[in-house]
Design a protein around this ligand. Sequence first.
Ligand code: PEP
Length: 254
Amino acid sequence: MRKQIAAANWKMNLTLQQGETLLDTIIATPHSLTDNQQAVFAVPFPYLAMAQQKLAGKKNVFVAAQNCYSKKNGAYTGETSVEMLQSLGIRYVVLGHSERREYFNESNQLLAEKVNICLEYQIQPIFCCGEPLSIREANTQNAYVTKQLEESLYHLTAEQLQHIVIAYEPIWAIGTGKTASSAQAQEMHAFIRAQLAARYGAAVANNISILYGGSVKAANAVEIFGQTDVDGGLVGGASLIADEFVSIINALKK
Ligand code: PEP
């Protein structure tokens, strides 16, 4: 059975002290995670060790980095390798967030390299895909997302693909307060799963968690996560508010 995941993306927000308080509050608030559910915290690089320490031993709770570099090590000042992340015990890395694609020119090809190196070091990518507004308005979102998956993931074997989590994040819904309707989310998630099934077989496709991202909050999480092919969410703004994020965790399907 595929995992249901509530992943917090703090982006470039919060001081260390604010981050500590947020995690302490979330840990202290009763929330239920079944064996099939996970909560993941993608925190800024300087806070990875702190988060890892605070969440150590917490069942089904993991820390993620928000990025990594595509090379193993060497003279790449300012970059962070997956070997470094592995040495901290980090489980996940968010790759290909639309903000990285847009502001840091990350291409599908570069992301394929990052996916490869993460898998080599047993770190699971949370691979983001999703279309801008102009593509949605032209109704060509399926082709757009297919290309992202094709160029960054479809070189993987079926065994490798099972270690990927996909996050579908329509760019027009990120940080805008505009959520895709639950029907729009389900439609794209079912489309992605059908593409994976055509390529890797239904058994593999049914095992891949596909998260929705784009203005998820406590008020809409139950409805969005309730869709058949939506396996939780990647959450920006609402993940910075403890009781919002706890409600989002509690909205995961059992
Ligand atoms: C995100 O950061 O991936 C995101 C979906 O942000 P928000 O929830 O704020 O739209």
